[in-house]
Every structure is written in structure tokens, then in C-alpha cells.
Write a protein that binds this ligand. Structure first.
Ligand SMILES: C[S@@+](CC[C@H](N)C(=O)[O-])C[C@H]1O[C@@H](n2cnc3c(N)ncnc32)[C@H](O)[C@@H]1O
Length: 432
């Protein structure tokens, strides 16, 4: 009843909200996008509405229908989690690979709208991780460019982008022959077959006998390899099923979600934005001054997630030098906690300075950051009520280079395995 009244006050009666909206920050973003977009744009690009003047929105049409093709044996808790998040996360190729700490794509859509980005604009994610910003921007017709210091992130994001448009003729054969593919990938992992990095496309040096040539088409091969990485990671986390069994189910799901997305996109007749993912360091962004129309990113959850350790087996297979990577990974540089924290502050300052340089005046930079107060309090020996959270740190650093905070959305973190419980969406404006 109460929520009903709030909604009636915030939104015109021609706007029907999506189900499953129960967070304050979602209402705030919905309100912000309803102010920024006209009715036609809300139908095309809105994140939080099911219909406008009785016309179903594209977001609703992309997400509705079968939730996610979850493998047989998926437990009830996990299944319900996906069902609850159908409009937040369960669409397009966002679900390919469960990267720790990735954005909710619906939130990304809401933030891009709030920042006033339109098709043809260019958005930057300097620490793209699994590429949620790039994939979502592309779906909305917005161009995007992203960087991540990790070659695995470059690979994962490119694969998720490519699968938006990959042709799917190969898919039935590959799912049927998943055991054969899995054995081959295991040999790759064991070093029995070498892989070589050809401009960030990771092909085996020897072509296995009996494999159809279409599996080696770059977009297809990368998708198969990502499904393999996913199955290995899954097996590392849970011993209930073998990686081989997982691989079959994961590949089936990748195929199902990709097909669903491509069919929906074709039915909607939408034009996608151009998006490119590079391996690169956010402290030195290879883009010209004043060249992007918006920035959205989430810095590493500092000391909470060790991305090198987490992805070690995938990184090794891709030929990465883990020590080199660790030395460039923000949040991991240093030995003691104090050293790590000090390096983190210096590094984030550099990233913000680069963001300010490449952003056009009058445009927004959005940073999503876990406040991390409890961990910082223990590690720095300051009581929780006195310690600066990472949100405070970010605001202080941004202010020092003239980026002004214009809005803060507070967000609880919900999820199966999250250790952090609250984060903020900080919206900074680069002054004219
Ligand atoms: C919180 S994650 C980003 C997750 C992303 N928003 C997503 O949706 O998947 C932070 C990322 O920062 C990356 N990173 C760490 N140090 C970096 C650096 N020096 N330059 C660029 N990226 C870096 C990490 O590899 C990690 O993928």
C-alpha cells in the first residue's frame, strides 16, 4: 500500500513499472530516467518500466519469457535467485560467466539513462571486468570502449560482445559433442596442446582431428572456451558435479540465452552500438582528451577480491604472467594492508585524473563503489563510525581534481555469495 502510494506520487499513471522492483535505489533510478527520457525513449531504452502508454518496453520484451536455461540439477535456491532477477540480470549475454562483483545490467541501463547518454554517444568503462557496461551500452545503441588490465577480462568481454551477433549454426553439434570438446580443453589446460594468442584470439596451435571448421571461427571458439572456463570455475566452487557435466549444461545455457537474445533483437529491429574491449591500464587510458560522453565503472573491491588468484587457472591458460599482472592490479599492490591501502589511494587518484581528462565537459562520471567500512575499520584500526569508507575516499579524490558529486544513490548488495553489504552509486559532473 505504502509503496503503491510512493509510486503514484513519483510516476505518471501511463508508466507501468516492472515487477520485482523492491529497492529504493531502483525507484530513484527509475525516477531519474523518467525525468531524462521522453515516452518514446523510455519504450526504447528505459530500464525500469514494463510499458508506457500501454506499449511494452524493449527491456520488458528482451527479458520476458523463459527465465534462464539452468542446467538440470540446479538447486532450488539458485533457481529462485535467477527468477527473482529476471529483469535485473537474466537477459542478453550478461549471464555468460559469473565474474565476481559484476554490475547488474539493469542498473547499468538506468545509470546510462540518468547520465543522459543516447545512441551514437560514447561511454567508457576503464575497468570493465566482465564487460557489463559495454554489453548493455551496445544493446541500447550506445557506443562503448572498455579497458581492463587482465587479459582474461579482455577475452571475456570480447566474447560476450561477439556472442550478441555470432551466427549459431554450430551450436547444436557442439552441445551434442560437448564431451569431445571438454576432453580437448582439458588437454589444453594440462599443457598437452599449446594455445597461442593471435591479437587476443586464443587458438590452439594444433587443430584437433574431427572438429568441424566452424568451431574454429573466432567468435565461436571464444564462446566454447569461455564455457569451459565457466565449468572449471564452477567445479572449483562446488564438488557436487563433475566439470564435464557442468560444461555440457553451461554450453547449453550459453546457446539458449544467446539464441533468445538474438531472436528478440531481430524481432525488435534494434541497431546495436559499437563496442570494443581492450587490455589496458586505467591509470593511463589511451584515449584523447575530451573524447568520451560518459564514464561508468566500479573500481576493484580493493582488498575484498583477489582477481589474480580467482582467475589464476584461466589466466595461465591464456599465457598471462601472473606476477606482472599482480603488480599492475589496483588493490593488490603492496604487502601489508597499509601498503595496499596507500597504493590503492594513489592508483585510484590516477584513474580519476585520467577519467577527468578524457571526459567531455558537462558530462557525467558514475562510480559504483562498495563502502567497505567494516573491513577498513579492522585493518586500519579506526572505529567503524570514524573510518572513511571507500565512498568517502572516492568523493574526496574526485573533488580534489574538480569533479563534483551531484548525486549519491545508496544500494544494498544482495546475492548468494557477496561479502560486502552496501555500495553507493556516485554521480560526478565534469564542470564546463
Ligand atoms: C569490480 S571489477 C569490475 C566489474 C565490472 N563492473 C563488471 O561488471 O564485470 C574491477 C576490475 O578492475 C580491474 N582492474 C584492476 N586494476 C586495474 C588497472 N590498473 N587497470 C584496469 N583495470 C584494472 C580488475 O581486473 C577488475 O576486473
Amino acid at each position: 500500500m505504502l509503496q503503491h502510494n510512493i509510486r503514484n506520487r513519483l510516476f505518471h499513471s501511463n508508466l507501468e513499472m516492472l515487477p520485482q522492483m523492491n529497492e529504493i535505489y531502483e525507484l530513484e533510478l527509475a525516477f531519474a530516467e523518467s525525468q531524462a527520457l521522453n515516452d518514446t525513449d523510455l519504450v526504447e531504452r528505459g530500464a525500469y518500466f514494463a510499458s508506457v502508454n500501454g506499449v511494452a518496453t524493449n527491456h520488458f520484451r528482451l527479458c520476458c519469457g523463459e527465465v534462464l536455461h539452468l542446467p538440470d540439477g540446479t538447486d532450488q535456491k539458485r533457481r529462485q535467485f535467477f527468477e527473482r532477477n529476471q529483469f535485473r540480470t537474466g537477459y542478453a549475454t550478461h549471464g555468460l560467466f559469473p565474474y565476481r562483483g559484476k554490475f547488474h545490467p539493469q542498473m547499468v541501463k538506468g545509470i546510462l539513462n540518468t547520465m543522459g547518454l543516447r545512441p551514437g554517444d560514447l561511454v567508457l568503462d576503464p575497468m570493465m571486468g566482465s564487460g557489463t557496461t559495454l554489453v548493455e551500452a551496445a544493446i541500447m545503441g550506445i557506443d562503448a570502449v572498455g579497458f581492463d588490465v587482465s587479459p582474461f577480462c579482455q577475452f571475456m568481454t570480447s566474447t560476450k560482445l561477439d556472442s550478441l551477433t555470432v551466427s549459431m549454426e554450430w551450436s547444436e553439434g557442439a552441445v551434442t559433442e560437448s564431451a569431445l570438446l571438454f576432453r580437448f580443453f582439458k588437454e589444453l589446460s594440462a599443457g598437452k596442446v599449446q594455445i597461442h594468442d593471435c591479437e587476443h584470439h586464443y587458438y590452439p596451435t594444433e587443430t584437433p582431428q574431427g572438429f568441424p571448421s566452424e568451431w574454429f571461427e573466432q567468435k565461436v571458439w571464444n564462446m566454447l572456451l569461455l564455457a569451459y572456463f565457466d565449468s572449471v570455475g564452477f567445479a572449483e566452487r562446488s564438488s557436487k558435479q563433475t566439470p564435464e557435466f557442468q560444461f555440457h549444461g553451461i554450453l547449453e545455457r550459453y546457446v539458449a540465452v544467446t539464441r533468445k537474445f538474438q531472436n528478440r533483437m531481430a524481432a525488435l529491429g534494434l541497431t546495436m552500438g559499437k563496442a570494443t574491449a581492450y587490455q589496458g591500464d586505467a591509470r593511463s587510458i589511451p584515449l584523447p582528451d575530451s573524447s568520451v560522453d560518459g564514464i561508468l565503472f566500479s573500481p576493484p573491491y580493493s582488498f575484498a577480491v583477489d582477481y589474480v588468484e580467482n582467475d589464476a587457472s584461466h589466466l595461465r591458460l591464456l599465457g598471462a604472467n601472473l606476477d606482472d599482472l599482480r603488480a599492475r592490479m589496483i588493490g593488490l599492490r603492496g604487502i601489508s594492508f597499509r601498503q595496499k591501502y596507500d597504493s590503492y589511494v594513489t592508483d585510484v587518484q590516477k584513474v580519476l585524473t585520467e577519467c577527468d581528462r578524457v571526459l567531455r565537459s558537462g558530462r557525467f562520471c558514475a562510480i559504483v563503489i562498495g563502502t567497505n567500512r567494516n573491513q577498513l575499520s579492522k585493518a586500519l584500526g579506526i572505529t567503524p563510525d570514524k573510518v572513511d569508507g571507500l565512498d568517502d575516499l572516492m568523493i574526496r579524490l574526485a573533488n580534489s581534481i574538480g569533479m563534483n558529486l551531484v548525486h549519491r544513490f545508496e544500494r544494498r548488495i544482495v546475492g548468494l555469495a557477496n561479502t560486502m553489504r552496501e555500495e553507493d552509486i556516485l554521480l560526478f559532473l565534469k564542470q564546463n
